[in-house]
Design a protein around this ligand. Structure first.
Ligand code: HAM
Length: 449
């Protein structure tokens, strides 16, 4: 008996693994890349505990979601407290926002985190019970620029790591329009109830939106014919989604609308998105199975990251209003793609986090969109920069710029956005000059060389 017990003890628990130096170096490289991009784009790091109060996740993720129903590791301490190993990082970030009064900071608050998360899933390739995520959250921003910034930073991270992904987008509406869609969905599925698979029969009763996650071949025809949210979306949600898509266009980020994308948690409203492997990346290095039920069973469509807007989460958690959006990247899955790449290309040196020297000011939507892509030129030119994409007034942004003590502000308004120019303002003397963007960039590059 002894030898059997011992052999078991010499293995990590199911769904967990040791990472040795060769794997760790890849993981660290991904984390470092993600951290550097995130801090350049204005995100600050947060670390939250690996365990939280057991009740924290129930209502906030949704009682009938797979994670809450069957995947959380809950335990009692010797003192009798009920705790849970964190299954994800968004709820803890929102908890921390209220615990530390981050509402009094200039909004939005932009946070990133990196670490282990725990879900009791059936382990398979690319799906673990302890896994690593890198997450980004923008708290206190109702405009589509929040989703756009999150998606932009994630896609830059993938690009820097040499991973080709495809971006899928959908809108889930809000509390005004989603119930109508849900009703239609239920009415549609009721007609076919007897033909649904066992899981879908359960989903039908507990969480009808999850019906769209089903991968059973026999349920596919229903999914394809099911009413789509886009047909029921209210005017406000439609306008918001349109803005998100316009950002994607101006950033030249290709996307695919996926009306069946519903994601695994109940806290999402309006925009949801996922970064999935393209056939090409998989051919270069096959990764394992899907993270959530939304990925395919055959291991073809691997979800490398995902997120969305979650404007009502703070209501559920703290009874407060807080518009927010975020995403998390699955580091373990990304690591498999990075490590299996045959040759390492020389990557452009990233910028170290330095004190910002320039503040980028935008006035109006056209400028906002331009600036999100302009920032990448600044990053490549290694110019430490700050911005506040959510602020709209010149005065507010100039105030922030002087608070940060930057030497220059760059101002882009509607006129400059159209003309491809930018105003460069010396913050000490108040002197201003309008220059073509490329020229302004050259000048600052020389200045901060
Ligand atoms: P999620 O889709 O559950 O979202 O997880 C994000 C990513 O983590 C997935 O795309 C996948 O790559 C990876 N992942 C999830 N589960 C596993 C697993 N068992 N093994 C390996 N990798 C896994 C969230 O967690 C949300 N908190 C994202 C978010 C942030 N939404 C808004 N803000």
């Amino acid at each position: 008996m002894g030898s059997k017990v011992k052999r078991e003890l010499l293995k990590t628990p199911r769904g967990t693994r040791d990472l040795l130096e060769s794997e760790l170096s890849v993981v660290r490289k991904i984390q470092k890349t993600a951290q550097e991009f995130s801090s350049y784009y204005g995100f600050q790091e947060i670390q939250t505990p690996h365990f939280e109060h057991a009740e924290l996740f129930g209502a906030s993720l949704g009682e009938s979601t797979d994670v809450v129903e069957k995947q959380t590791y809950t335990f009692r301490t010797r003192g009798g407290d009920a705790l849970v190993l964190r299954p994800e990082g968004t709820v803890p970030a929102v908890r921390a926002y209220f615990e530390h009064g981050l509402g009094s900071w200039p909004q939005p608050v932009m946070l990133y985190y990196s670490g282990s998360f725990f879900r009791h899933e059936s382990p398979q390739k690319g799906r673990f019970r302890e896994f690593n995520q890198f997450g980004l959250e923008i708290l206190g921003e109702e405009l589509a620029v929040a989703e756009a910034t999150i998606i932009r930073v994630c896609s830059l991270i993938f690009k820097e790591l040499g991973i080709e992904t495809s971006l899928e987008l959908n809108t889930l509406g809000d509390k005004e329009c989603r119930p109508t869609w849900k009703k239609e969905l239920v009415a549609f599925y009721r007609k076919h109830f007897e033909k649904l698979c066992k899981d879908c029969k359960r989903r039908f009763k507990e969480n009808p939106l999850r019906l769209l996650d089903c991968k059973e071949p026999s349920c596919q025809e229903f999914k394809a014919k099911a009413p789509q949210m886009l047909e029921y979306v209210c005017e406000e949600c439609k306008a918001h989604f349109k803005e998100v898509l316009e950002f994607m266009d101006s950033l030249e980020l290709p996307y695919r609308l996926n009306p069946q994308l519903v994601r695994g948690f109940d806290y999402y409203t309006r925009t949801v998105f996922e970064f999935v492997t393209t056939g090409k990346t998989e051919a270069e290095g096959e990764t394992g199975g899907p993270a959530s039920p939304s990925a395919s069973q055959g291991g073809k469509r691997v979800e490398l990251g995902g997120g969305g807007r979650y404007d009502y989460l703070a209501q559920v958690l703290a009874g407060k209003d807080l518009a927010a959006a975020g995403a998390a990247l699955g580091i373990d899955r990304i690591a498999e793609l990075v490590s299996s790449r045959p040759e390492e290309k020389d990557r452009a040196q990233l910028l170290k986090t330095e004190r910002p020297q320039v503040f980028l000011i935008q006035l109006g939507m056209a400028a906002k969109r331009k600036i999100l892509s302009l920032m990448e030129d600044f990053r490549k030119a290694r110019i430490p920069l700050a911005q506040s994409l959510s602020k709209d007034s010149l005065r507010g942004q100039l105030r922030l710029a002087s608070k940060l003590g930057v030497e220059f502000s760059l101002i882009m308004g509607q006129k400059e956005a159209l003309e491809g120019t930018i105003i460069i303002r010396n913050m000490d003397s108040g002197m201003q000059e309008t220059l073509p963007v490329a020229k302004a960039l050259e000048r600052l590059k020389l200045k901060f060389k």
